[in-house]
Design a protein around this ligand. Structure first.
Ligand code: ADP
Ligand code: MG
Length: 664
C-alpha cells in the first residue's frame, strides 16, 4: 500500500517533503530529528535571565503588527503565584492554537523592567524536549504535525527484529520507537528509540555479513567426534573446579566442533583467567581422533604449555611433541616424520610449527595462544596446513584489529570474564622515579616471606637516542643490592633458547628471588609464587602491555603488588591502571584513543557507513548483534521461519549493497 505524502498532508508541506526525497509517510517517520533541544523546567524567578517555565494562559491572545511585516502575539501567563506577560515575535502562526486556560511550557528571556517574557519557545505542556528537523522551508511544528498524522495513519504490524530479541533487550516496538524519537517526553524515550534503531541496524548488518560469508566461503565438513563421558571424567581429574565462564567457553567450543563448517573462535579472557585449561579440555577430547596444534609466540611460553599439557595428559596415551627453533637435526626430522604419519596427536610449539616442511596428516583444530602477537599471514599459513580446521585463538589483549575482526568477520567470541575465585585485586601504584627507594623496602618484605619479584625494563642495550635503562645495568645493580640475600636472574630476547629456559626454570623453582627481564616475560608465563611486579620506564609501553605485564603476578591467592615507575610528567596517562584492571575496558580505551580509522579504509565496502551506529561507541551493540545473528543463522535458519521475513528482506538489501561494491 502506498502512503504518498500528498494524499495525507497539505500541499505546501508535501511539496517541501518531496523536494527532500520524502515521498511517503513511512519515509517521513524514518526522517529523524537532527538534534533535540532540552528545556529544564524551573520555578519562575524575577531575575533577568532565560527561564523555562510552565503555566497557563490567563488572557486573550493579542496580535500586533510591527515594521517590515513582522507580527507578534502576546498574552498573560500564570506560572505558580506569578502572572507575567509573554510576547513572541514571528510566531503569529500559533494564534489558532493558543487559547485561555491552555497549559504550556515557555522558554524565553525575562525582562524585569517591563515584567515581560520574550518567548522563543512555546509548546505543549508535556514536551519540554523539542526535536529539531532543519528543513529549510518548514517550521519544526509543521513537521511535527505531519509526523503525528503519519504515526496515526500507518499500521505497524510486523517487526523486523524477532520477538524474542525485542524481549531480551526490552526494545520498544516500531510504533513506540517512532513515538519516542519524534515525540519524546523524557530523555529516556530518546535513548530507548535510539537503542532500537542501533540494534536493528547492527542485527541486519551482522546477519548480512555472516550469511554472506557462510554461503559463499565456507567449506562443508564432517562434525568432529568426541566422547562426552570421557571428557567429563577428565574434567573431574583437574586440580580445580572450572569457573562458570570457563564452563561456558568449553561448551561453546564443543558446539563449534559439532558444526558442519570450520569455525574460528576467539577466547578472550583477562590475564590469569584460565584460558589454557579450556583449550586443554578441547585437546583432550579430540586428541585420539584428530591432530591438533598449539602455537605460542615465545619459546618460554610454548614450553610451559607443553609442560602443562604433558602433566594433564600424563595418564592418557596422548602423543605430544614440542617444536621450536631450538629443536633441530635428527630430533626435528623424527618429529616431522611422526607428524605426517599421524603418530603425533598434538604438536606444541613456536613459529617453528609454520615452517614450510611441517606437515600434518589430519590437522583439524588449531589453537593460537596470545593471538595478538601473530600476523594475519602467519595465521593463514598455519590454517593452510589444516584440513578445514577449526581455529581457536586466545588473547587477553584484544587489539583493535582483532576486535574489529570479531565484528566484521565470522570470528566468534567466548569471553572469560570472571577470574578463578579467591584472587585478590593486585594493588597497583604509579610511581615517579623519585619514589623508587620505597620499592627496595617493599621488595625486601616480599622476599622475606619467600615470595618472588619481577623487574621489567624496556630495552636490553644502551641506545644512544633513548634514555632507557639498560637491563644489564639494572641486573647488576640489583645483584649488588641483594648480594647474600637472594639470587637475581636476567632474561632477555638475545639469550639463546636454552639459556632462556634455564633462567625461567630457575625462577619457577624459586632458585632466583628476583628476575630482571625485558618484555619477553610479557605473555603467558605462569609462576605462582611471584607476588610483585615492577615495570621501569613504564611510559614506554601501551596500557594493554602494561596490564599484560601485571598479569604475571596475581596467579595465586596471595596479595600481589604492581608498580609502574615513570618520569613524573608521564605518570598521568598511567594512572588509569591503578583503578582499572579489566583488559576489556583497557582495550576499549585503546580503541577509543585510536578511533575507527584503524579498521576502515576510506572506501571500505559498505562497512562503517552506518546510519545509526558508531563503530567505536556502539561496539558492544555490534558484538551482541553478532552473537544473535549467528544464533539466528544456526538455529532458526533463514528460510523456514515466516517471522524472519522482514529481517531477511532487509538483510538481502544490505548484501546486494556490498556485493555491488565488490564488483567495482
Ligand atoms: P591465562 O588465561 O592468562 O592464559 P592461565 O591459563 O595461564 O591464564 O591460568 C592462570 C592460572 O590459573 C594457572 O596457574 C591455572 O592453573 C590457574 N587456573 C585456571 N583455572 C582455574 C580455576 N578454575 N581455579 C583455580 N585456578 C585456575
Ligand atoms: Mg595464557
Amino acid at each position: 500500500m502506498d502512503y504518498k505524502v500528498e494524499r495525507y498532508l497539505g500541499e505546501k508541506v508535501s511539496k517541501e517533503l518531496i523536494k527532500n526525497h520524502i515521498f511517503d509517510l513511512f519515509s517521513l517517520l524514518n526522517y529523524f530529528p537532527k538534534r533535540y533541544e532540552f528545556f529544564t523546567l524551573k520555578e519562575f524567578t524575577d531575575n533577568k535571565e532565560t527561564q523555562t517555565i510552565k503555566g497557563v494562559i490567563v488572557s486573550d491572545i493579542v496580535i500586533r503588527k510591527h515594521q517590515r511585516n513582522l507580527k507578534s502575539i502576546s498574552f498573560k501567563f500564570k506560572t505558580g503565584e506569578h502572572i507575567v506577560s509573554v510576547v513572541s515575535f514571528g510566531r503569529d502562526y500559533l494564534l489558532d492554537k493558543l487559547y485561555p486556560e491552555l497549559a504550556l511550557v515557555i522558554n524565553g528571556n525575562y525582562d524585569k523592567k517591563v515584567f515581560n517574557i520574550n518567548a522563543i519557545f512555546i509548546n505543549d505542556y508535556k514536551d519540554h524536549i523539542k526535536p529539531i528537523y532543519n528543513f529549510s522551508e518548514l517550521y519544526d511544528y509543521q513537521v511535527t504535525q505531519a509526523l503525528r498524522k503519519a504515526l496515526r495513519t500507518l499500521e505497524f504490524k510486523e517487526e523486523t527484529i524477532p520477538e524474542s530479541y525485542l524481549k531480551k533487550y526490552k526494545l520498544p516496538s516500531d510504533y513506540e520507537t517512532f513515538r519516542c524519537l519524534h515525540f519524546p517526553e523524557t530523555v529516556l524515550d530518546i535513548n530507548q528509540g535510539k537503542r532500537k534503531l542501533k540494534y536493528q541496524e547492527a542485527l541486519i548488518f551482522q546477519l548480512a555479513v555472516n550469511y554472506h560469508i557462510r554461503t559463499k566461503f565456507k567449506a562443508k565438513i564432517k562434525p568432529l567426534a568426541y566422547d562426552l563421558t570421557k571428557i567429563r571424567g577428565f574434567i573431574e581429574t583437574l586440580p580445580f573446579g572450572l569457573t562458570e565462564d570457563q564452563k561456558k567457553a568449553v561448551n561453546q567450543l564443543f558446539l563449534d566442533f559439532k558444526s558442519d563448517y570450520p569455525i574460528e573462535r576467539l577466547i578472550e579472557g583477562d590475564v590469569g583467567s584460565g584460558k589454557t585449561v579450556v583449550v586443554a579440555i578441547a585437546f583432550f577430547a579430540l586428541a585420539k581422533n584428530y591432530q591438533g596444534v598449539l602455537m605460542a609466540p615465545t619459546e618460554i611460553l610454548a614450553r610451559q604449555h607443553y609442560q602443562t599439557l604433558s602433566n594433564l595428559f600424563a595418564d592418557y596415551p596422548i602423543q605430544l611433541e614440542f617444536l621450536s627453533s631450538s629443536v633441530t637435526g635428527k630430533k626435528r626430522a623424527a618429529i616431522l616424520e611422526k607428524l605426517i604419519n599421524k603418530e603425533v596427536d598434538i604438536l606444541v610449539g613456536t613459529h617453528a610449527v609454520i615452517q614450510p616442511d611441517v606437515a600434518f596428516k589430519d590437522l583439524r583444530y588449531i589453537v593460537i595462544d596470545e593471538e595478538q602477537r601473530f600476523g594475519v599471514e602467519q595465521k593463514k599459513t598455519l590454517k593452510d596446513k589444516g584440513n578445514n580446521s577449526h581455529l581457536i585463538t586466545l588473547s587477553a589483549t584484544p587489539i583493535p584489529k582483532s576486535l574489529a575482526a570479531t565484528i566484521l568477520q565470522d570470528v566468534r567470541i567466548a569471553k572469560i570474564k570472571t577470574k578463578p575465585a579467591l584472587r585478590k585485586k593486585i594493588i597497583t601504584r604509579v610511581l615517579n622515579d623519585r619514589e623508587v627507594s620505597g620499592l627496595i623496602q617493599k621488595m625486601n618484605e616480599e622476599l622475606n616471606q619467600g615470595r618472588q619479584v619481577y623487574i621489567v625494563v624496556p630495552l636490553i642495550e644502551e641506545s644512544e637516542n633513548l634514555d632507557v635503562k639498560n637491563a644489564l645495568d639494572i641486573y647488576n645493580k640489583f645483584k649488588d643490592l641483594f648480594t647474600g640475600f637472594t639470587e637475581v636472574g636476567l632474561l632477555h630476547g638475545k639469550l639463546s633458547a636454552s639459556e632462556k629456559n634455564q633462567v625461567t626454570t630457575a625462577f619457577a623453582e624459586n632458585k632466583l628471588g628476583i628476575l630482571v627481564s625485558t618484555t619477553v616475560v610479557e605473555v603467558g608465563i605462569d609462576i605462582k609464587n611471584a607476588t610483585m611486579m615492577v615495570v621501569l620506564d613504564a611510559n614506554r609501553f601501551g596500557l594493554s602491555t602494561l596490564h599484560q605485564l601485571r598479569g604475571r603476578v596475581g596467579r595465586n591467592d596471595l596479595q600481589c603488588f604492581c608498580y609502574y615507575v615513570s618520569k613524573k610528567e608521564e605518570c598521568e596517562r598511567l594512572k588509569v591502571l591503578e583503578e582499572v584492571d579489566d583488559c576489556f575496558l583497557l582495550s576499549e580505551y585503546d580503541l577509543k584513543a585510536r578511533g575507527p580509522g584503524q579498521f576502515f579504509g576510506t572506501k571500505q565496502t559498505g562497512f562503517g557507513n552506518f546510519l545509526f551506529l558508531d563503530f567505536v561507541a556502539d561496539f558492544k551493540i555490534l558484538e551482541l548483534a553478532k552473537t544473535d545473528a549467528l544464533e539466528i543463522l544456526d538455529f532458526y535458519g533463514l528460510n523456514q521461519s515466516e517471522s524472519l521475513r522482514k529481517l531477511k528482506f532487509e538483510m538481502q538489501k544490505v548484501i546486494t549493497n556490498f556485493t555491488k561494491d565488490d564488483i567495482i
